[in-house]
Design a protein around this ligand. Structure first.
Ligand code: TXA
Ligand code: MG
Length: 320
């Protein structure tokens, strides 16, 4: 049996790249903390991240690239963003930008938002791994949800056990706190999370102080924001069958006709992987509403139910 923790070298990085391309999870060092990486374009692999972390809801993930130019395929890069990239990349600054409609990134990775968080880590192992995988990597910190972020390979193993197929050991992380998250989708840059790049340095580069997030409770999970994706159609939860005109989003084996099925076999990871794409797929004018079958409340089912509850809750005037 191959040891879970592998010293990072050309051979192990190549092997880890193959695991990622197959849709498996690999933990890897960055200059900030260890990340739990997956192919950002693969819904199933991204769902496995949420399952491994035990996340109660689908927070959007940071998409890691090996070169600044690779970010251009994912997000709309304006002059302000380009300036910050030139100044701070590679390094501990994550930029939230408008997601390109053709971005080859799982909707689950960005939690259905119209924006995407991108980052170019300043760690040779991280960059070599992204190149070896041949695709951008979605990677949250490699800890169980609610626990401290790991800054050594052994922390990852202690926290996540064998959930990653491999843990690449690149020694202790230099920065030790997560990247600064800066939202550039609005008129004013907004600091969503303080981190490895100081506010002073950001202010200097921007020529203005970044705004605080629009709330006095500190950084809200974007999954809690009103702007979070909800279908245009009303959503009816706990549906056993579709009413006339409704689309039925089923789960598990069904006797009647389902328009789409999150997982015919009742697999919650598969359901999570399909959730956002199927909600979008059913959001069509020929239906009056989307009826969603009951989803079990364990494992990823908690996050799926959380997300569905938001999609079904009444919307403020003018928001779709
Ligand atoms: O240093 C780091 O950033 C580490 C290493 C592994 O790169 N990653 C990390 O990921 O800390 P995570 O998932 O633990 O934190 C991601 C942060 C969260 O606060 C999340 O809400 C925010 O980024 N985020 C991601 N996508 C976003 C989006 N589209 N809009 C707003 N915030 C976003
Ligand atoms: Mg984290």
């Amino acid at each position: 049996m191959v040891a879970l923790i592998q010293p990072a070298n050309a051979e192990t990085i190549a092997a880890a790249g193959r695991l990622l391309a197959e849709g498996q999870l690999v933990a890897f060092p960055t200059e900030t903390v260890y990340g739990l990486g997956a192919d950002a374009g693969c819904d199933r692999a991204v769902a496995a991240i949420f399952a491994a972390k035990g996340r109660p809801r689908f927070n959007p993930l940071i998409i890691h690239v090996a070169e600044a130019t690779e970010a251009e395929a994912l997000v709309a890069v304006d002059d302000r963003a380009r300036h910050l990239m030139a100044r701070f990349w590679p390094g501990p600054l994550t930029l939230v930008l408008a997601r390109r409609s053709d971005a080859p990134v799982s909707l689950l990775a960005s939690a259905g938002l119209d924006s995407l968080a991108v980052r170019l880590p300043d760690h040779p192992v991280a960059r070599a791994l992204i190149r070896a995988a041949g695709r951008p990597l979605a990677a949250p910190s490699a800890n169980r949800s609610g626990r401290v972020s790991p800054t050594e390979a052994a922390h990852v193993a202690a926290c996540l056990g064998g959930k990653p197929a491999m843990i690449l050991d690149g020694g202790p992380c230099r920065v030790g706190v997560e990247s600064t998250v800066l939202d550039l989708t609005g008129l004013h840059p907004t600091l969503l999370r303080p981190g490895g790049v100081s506010v002073e340095d950001l202010t200097n580069a921007l020529g203005e102080e970044p705004h605080a997030p629009p709330s006095d409770v500190g950084v809200k999970a974007p999954g809690m924001l009103d702007s979070h994706y909800a279908p245009g159609l009303p959503v009816r939860l706990g549906a056993r069958a579709a009413e006339p005109g409704e689309a039925l989003l089923a789960f598990g084996p069904v006797s009647g006709a389902a328009t789409l099925n999150l997982s015919p076999s009742g697999d919650l990871e598969e359901a999570a992987a399909n959730l956002f794409a199927m909600l979008r797929g059913l959001d069509r004018p020929e239906f009056s509403a989307i009826a969603v079958a009951p989803i079990p409340r364990h494992g990823l089912g908690l996050a799926i139910n959380d997300r569905l509850r938001r999609a079904a809750s009444p919307r403020p005037e003018g928001q779709s």
